[in-house]
Write a protein that binds this ligand. Structure first.
Ligand SMILES: Nc1nc2c(c(=O)[nH]1)N[C@H]1C(S)=C(S)[C@@H](COP(=O)(O)O)O[C@H]1N2
Ligand SMILES: [Mo]
Length: 170
């Protein structure tokens, strides 16, 4: 009995770090254009301490869609992309905050809790069209604004970072 407990404990102690290493090792290098760089408190990296992600590296994440109005477009739009929390989990992220930086030098801090409280997505498409740099792309953080009254607020609107290109996890 005691021996069995010791074995279970030993397995648990060993499997933690071993799994973390395997996970980090399974993030391949990007082959296409890098659309998003994630740095800071992440376990899975492919360039120094950072994760450099092209669209092929994002693709294995489960797809997620949502329909919502935004503060910058007219009417209601359909967005497709990936859940922010799935991306964070894929990268083994830990911490409290994501500092989101955009191509136009816009910077904002987003509490990671947002991504667990709401189905916030990293959108790649709007109304069936791939987002382009010219039109809020290639990646846009989109909140399910119409589904939650509390999200219809300027405090959340400024977290809708378009032309996102970097996340620093702290
Ligand atoms: N890349 C980028 N994302 C951004 C911004 C920006 O300037 N650049 N402005 C933010 C702010 S302050 C708000 S309120 C919403 C809507 O911005 P707008 O009303 O200036 O269009 O988008 C947010 N996302
Ligand atoms: Mo704003």
């Amino acid at each position: 009995m005691l021996i069995r407990h010791c074995l279970v404990l030993a397995t648990l102690l060993l499997s933690g770090p071993v799994l973390a290493q395997a996970d980090a090792a399974t993030l391949p290098a990007p082959e296409g254009a890098v659309k998003l760089v994630v740095s800071g408190q992440i376990a899975a990296t492919n360039r120094g301490a950072e994760a450099h992600l092209d669209l092929d590296l994002l693709e294995p994440l489960p797809g997620h869609e949502l329909t919502t109005s935004t503060s910058v477009t007219d009417g209601v739009n359909h967005f497709e992309g990936f859940l922010m929390r799935d991306l964070l989990e894929r990268l083994g992220a830990s911490g409290e905050t994501a500092i989101a930086l955009a191509l136009n030098d816009y910077v904002v801090e987003i509490p990671l809790q947002d991504f667990y409280d709401y189905d916030v997505i990293l959108a790649t498409h709007m109304d069936g069209q791939r987002l382009t740099r010219r039109d809020k792309g290639p990646l846009w953080i989109v909140y399910p604004r119409d589904d939650h009254a509390e999200l219809q607020d300027i405090r959340y609107d400024y977290r809708w970072v378009w032309q996102l290109h970097r996340l620093e996890i702290e």
